[in-house]
Design a protein around this ligand. Sequence first.
Ligand code: ZN
Length: 191
Amino acid sequence: MRAQEVMELLRATGALLEGHFLLSSGLHSGRYVQCARLLQYPWHAEAVGRALAAFVRDLRPGAVVGPALGGILVAHEVARALGVRSLFAEREGERLALRRGFALAPGERVVVAEDVVTTGGSTLETAEVVAAQGGEVVAAVALVDRRGPAAHPLPFPLFALVRLEIETFPPEACPLCRAGLPLEKPGSRPR
Ligand SMILES: [Zn+2]
């Protein structure tokens, strides 16, 4: 699956939004990615999972782990394509954890799966959870890599279907505010 095809799929499913958005960081942006819009179509989810699996098949992972919620469906589809287990990490208080009796074999090779990697923070945190359970993270995969220069360095490769530059602005220096575009909170707009 070429990056161009993935971009077209993101646009066609309404996963790539253009406008004026208030991000959870408090910054403003003209673009926003909501991968759940793409993943709501199981056949598209399966196709992107297969494409991501191709990046990591030779690393022979025994399991794929995604952080809830965004990583769950991606992990599931990548794991399906690889024929391995799909696990998810979820919040337990402030921290991510593997719950529900999920376990990894000592030294088990693991791929971390995400929908969008922005700062790398949740990817790293998921990798720490895997390591604490005795697993070894061999790579991460994501539909979209939109890391900026301030992102956390990752101690393993990250494979993404598309690399997106999404410019963000502090409210006081936002050209979209200056242009008078109404500000919206992603997720609040009805379709
Ligand atoms: Zn603005």
